[in-house]
Design a protein around this ligand. Structure first.
Ligand code: ZN
Length: 256
């Protein structure tokens, strides 16, 4: 057993698309019900955007709803090691991850509804990952960031990504070739570089120039620990990473 959830501590609510499990600690949170209703409504929107899991009567009959665990922040067993946070009960915290048991989202001293974009981010990981598996973090996080922003009600979040590209890539802090390696990506993240934004730009560019089907193909041909993502980008997009970096910079300038 990878996980053990204490059954009596959770209230289970079956949505149209997710099975929500609310920990007893969060049951009294005023806006948690609204947050899960919105998440359930978002599922068909995200599925449509990602062209995966069309919502059909037959799919519902396969009883394949994803579990969605909502709780206070805690130390996850399978979360990326980069998720460092304090468990100080006074602090304002939000945390999310996806593992074999579903989507996890932890919130403390913050409104659930103000974290809609972060919840969307984890939902993309879950929906897309179930279809095509994972890729090195540059692509995994890029997908989640790009679609989180596409669905965001906040304006101008694409400009946030462009600013990240300028601060990390155009400044020469890191190269696309380096960030293709997951350990470099997380090392740069821990140095405070906006690598999530860079990842979102990469996905935005690949989608805008070559479409979703090609990206789907790229994900199927790589995996989380793949150390040769740059070679696979070359195989799929016929461009070495340093050339791609120049093309993406031109694209960023064009949309800024
Ligand atoms: Zn993520």
């Amino acid at each position: 057993m990878d996980h053990q959830h204490e059954f009596e501590a959770w209230q289970t609510l079956v949505g149209k698309h997710y099975v929500f499990h609310l920990h007893s600690d969060v049951l009294a949170d005023t806006d948690i019900r609204d947050a899960i209703v919105k998440a359930d409504e978002r599922y068909p929107v995200l599925s449509q955007e990602l062209l995966v899991h069309p919502v059909s009567i037959k799919r519902k009959e396969r009883f394949s709803r994803t579990n969605y665990w909502l709780h206070r922040p805690r130390l996850p067993e399978e979360a990326p090691v980069s998720q460092v946070f304090t468990l100080d009960p006074e602090a304002s915290l939000a945390q999310g991850w996806v593992d074999t048991s579903g989507i996890h989202f932890g919130v403390q001293n913050r409104s659930w509804l103000e974290l809609v974009d972060s919840m969307t981010h984890e939902e993309v990981h879950a929906i897309w990952g179930r279809e095509v598996g994972e890729a090195p973090s540059l692509l995994n996080e890029g997908m989640a960031v790009w679609y989180e922003i596409r669905l965001s009600s906040e304006q101008n979040r694409v400009q946030e990504l462009c600013a990240a590209w300028r601060s990390v890539i155009e400044s020469g802090e890191e190269t696309l070739d380096n960030l293709c390696r997951t350990n470099v990506f997380w090392d740069a993240y821990s140095r405070g570089l906006s690598v999530y934004g860079v990842a979102g730009v990469v996905i935005g560019y690949l989608l805008n120039t070559n479409g979703l089907a090609k990206l789907n193909d790229l994900f199927l041909r790589t995996h989380y620990e793949d150390e040769h993502l740059a070679d696979m980008l070359m195989a799929c997009y016929k461009r070495p990473a340093d050339r791609l970096m120049v093309d993406i910079t031109d694209w960023v300038h064009a949309i800024t």
